[in-house]
Design a binder for this molecule. Sequence first.
Ligand code: NAG
Ligand code: NAG
Ligand code: NAG
Ligand code: NAG
Ligand code: NAG
Ligand code: NAG
Length: 279
Amino acid sequence: MISVSVILSLALAPFVLGQSNNSELGIEAIEAHFTNAGIVPSLLASFDPSAVLTLSYNGVGNISPGQALTNTQVAPIPDLLVTPANSTVQLTGNYTVVMADAGPVGTDESQGQTRHWLVNSVPLTGDSSGFNVSTSTGLAITDYAGPAPAPGSGAHRYVILLYSQPSNFTAPDGLNTPGVAVSTFSLSDYVKNSNLGPIVAGMYITVEAGTASFTPSSTAAVVTSTLPAAQSTGSTSGTSSGSSDAASPTGNTSSNGAGNVFASLSKTVAAAIFGLILL
Ligand SMILES: *[C@@H]1O[C@H](CO)[C@@H](O)[C@H](O)[C@H]1NC(C)=O
Ligand SMILES: *[C@@H]1O[C@H](CO)[C@@H](O)[C@H](O)[C@H]1NC(C)=O
Ligand SMILES: *[C@@H]1O[C@H](CO)[C@@H](O)[C@H](O)[C@H]1NC(C)=O
Ligand SMILES: *[C@@H]1O[C@H](CO)[C@@H](O)[C@H](O)[C@H]1NC(C)=O
Ligand SMILES: *[C@@H]1O[C@H](CO)[C@@H](O)[C@H](O)[C@H]1NC(C)=O
Ligand SMILES: *[C@@H]1O[C@H](CO)[C@@H](O)[C@H](O)[C@H]1NC(C)=O
């Protein structure tokens, strides 16, 4: 089926990727989540992963996309596992892991992002059923620093991305030696200037401290049973999820509304519409 409808509910029932072995469905779900949360296109022009990233925090377990977590829960370095979409996806070589704070929904990403984690030359260990992302054996440019957003600043979206790192990768000045403190950088400039390859897999979480000093807007839910992969396989594993915690600091909800509309279309149709709008 080409057309997909997404119910704009604020249901919080989690879709736990780790409980599904349907990587194709998992990829469609995370793509829809990134669009609904406004990460695409404001932080990432596009997001077309070839593997599912399972993020897990000690004491919490596997995280669902956009799951609201506390400072304490996200303090330890998380475990990352990637599961390829299918047997044709080859995961070899080096990878770069990034965690960036995209702020609340509506943030102007041209101002840059706070870099919470940056590890180059990370190997993957495992087989096609699942690979551990061995961040501890990579080159930690910025050591993992658990999110700690300012109280009242809303629900920040922390995006964790696994990039393919080709042999011509060249770390830019200032981010080419280990031990660089957490600071603001431009994720898109970093990727462009270093020759990083495509995003292999990604996830996001939200962390909020205190009560937002503005009216938070909401992201749309993703009903996985309506995604193409679920329909083509007749899967009944679909559950809805969404985050009511994504907020716009300007109170401008129209950008979020756009995400809702695009999520209600198939990936192909949505991509075509994005293309038109960007003209
Ligand atoms: C997916 O999980 C189900 C239930 O655990 C199992 O029966 C099935 O064989 C699995 N499929 C694959 C492709 O691993
Ligand atoms: C395997 O997954 C990749 C990445 O999602 C996709 O581009 C490709 O079409 C898939 N191949 C098959 C045979 O399903
Ligand atoms: C990943 O690491 C965990 C913990 O070290 C281990 O139990 C598991 O077997 C590893 N999985 C793969 C696919 O290598
Ligand atoms: C991966 O990174 C290591 C350390 O920088 C380097 O020695 C190795 O050549 C790289 N491998 C590939 C395939 O790029
Ligand atoms: C770096 O290598 C990749 C993959 O081999 C290639 O696609 C890309 O064009 C190269 N970039 C530059 C600037 O040479
Ligand atoms: C609200 O967001 C839309 C879409 O991003 C933008 O076109 C519009 O200028 C914004 N309005 C305000 C008041 O920020």
